[in-house]
Write a protein that binds this ligand. Structure first.
Ligand SMILES: [Zn+2]
Length: 359
């Protein structure tokens, strides 16, 4: 069975099939209205995220299916101390597919080990949010018609922005993609992403400090939220804040077909004056999120009993009762998960569930 816990659970071919189906649904919406009739999606949201939950709900409803679940763990049996594995065992007897959001890293992967129905990770802590990555890929396809050969600039918080890390990983599977990283020193891409993703997957990338110097080259400008709290020093924030703020003047140097993406919500990285420019694609991106979730639900249920679509087998877990994950935000810290690990490319032991390095 195929779950979607991390974007890399999907092969490049499976990813393309989902994006292609989303494009097909957009063109022939009426053909899909009954596709999920009598089927049910459960939205288990242990952490509130109205936007993502509504997107899943709208997706299932547009397919003619039903949705049940909770929006906040405080109102469910979870508050009585039930484990995520037990909750999933119970809920899966009522529904065909589950979308789960959790503040604990690895919770969905742990839940998927016992689930008889596909689980979609709708965000776990600051770890992974694969449906955002699919949304971004669909948006690039809709805006440009292709993904191979594009030049994409990532601007803003590249250090903590998980959507950026996931999208870079996904883009590495396409041909001749050029990545330009635009960030102040404090928010640069972390070394482990540079090493484990950019270098290992041989991504063509370079780093610059301002968007002006690269604007004319870009096909996609991917903006992310910059939070003042990320800076140790307020003067540093004030010094660099304008260099990652998009206005019409900066946009005037861009290609006419360039598209501006942002996972939203924005703070003030994109001035409202940009919204009326045809290149502002971030509200179209939100709608794409619904279409890609429709395609994902259809495909995961289609693949459910097909042995050709399983989970990736590249990693075989290492069981070690003496090693322990010490990440306090990991599922291992709150539930009795097995002592499961993987060996990274650098040779170190990493937690199976949250990827944290194990000492
Ligand atoms: Zn862990």
């Amino acid at each position: 069975m195929k779950h979607l816990i991390d974007p890399t659970d999907l092969t490049r071919e499976e990813t393309d099939q989902i994006v292609d189906l989303a494009l097909e649904i957009i063109d022939h919406r009426e053909d899909w209205q009954e596709k999920m009739a009598h089927r049910k999606l459960s939205t288990l949201f242990y952490e509130p995220s109205t936007r993502t939950r509504l997107s899943f709900t709208a997706a299932m409803m547009e397919l003619g299916g039903n949705v049940l679940g909770f929006a906040d763990a405080a109102n469910s049996s979870v508050s009585k101390g039930e484990t995520v594995q037990d909750t999933v065992r119970v809920v899966s007897s009522f529904v065909d597919i589950i979308a789960m959001r959790h503040y604990i890293e690895g919770a969905q992967l742990y839940a998927s080990e016992v689930s008889p129905v596909p689980i979609i990770n709708a965000g776990d802590g600051s770890h992974s949010h694969p449906t955002q990555t699919l949304t971004d890929l669909l948006t690039i396809r809709r805006e440009l018609g292709h993904i191979d050969g594009i030049t994409i600039g990532f601007c803003g918080d590249l250090r903590f922005g998980r959507t950026v890390h996931s999208l870079i990983k996904a883009l590495a599977r396409y041909k001749d993609v050029k990545v330009i990283l635009i960030a102040p020193e404090a928010l640069k891409l972390p070394d482990y992403i540079r090493r484990d993703v950019c270098d290992k997957m041989q991504i063509d990338y370079r780093e610059v400090e301002t968007m002006e110097e690269v604007m004319p080259e870009l096909d996609i400008l991917y903006m992310t939220r910059v939070q003042k709290e990320r800076f140790l020093d307020e003067d540093e924030f004030d010094r660099v804040k304008d260099s990652f703020r998009l206005d019409c003047e900066k946009l005037s140097k861009a290609k006419t077909h360039m598209a501006v993406l942002h996972p939203l919500p924005r703070v003030n990285e994109i001035l409202p004056e940009v919204d009326n420019d045809p290149r502002a694609a971030y509200f179209r991106q939100v709608e794409n999120g619904k279409f890609v979730r429709m395609a994902l639900i259809v495909k995961l249920l289609e693949w459910k009993n097909d042995p050709a679509h399983g989970m990736p087998q590249d990693d075989i877990p290492i069981y070690n009762p003496h090693a322990k994950c010490t990440n306090p935000k990991c599922i291992c810290a709150s539930e009795a998960a097995a002592h499961k690990f993987r060996r990274s490319t650098g040779g170190e032991l990493r937690c199976w569930y949250c990827d944290a390095k194990v000492k």
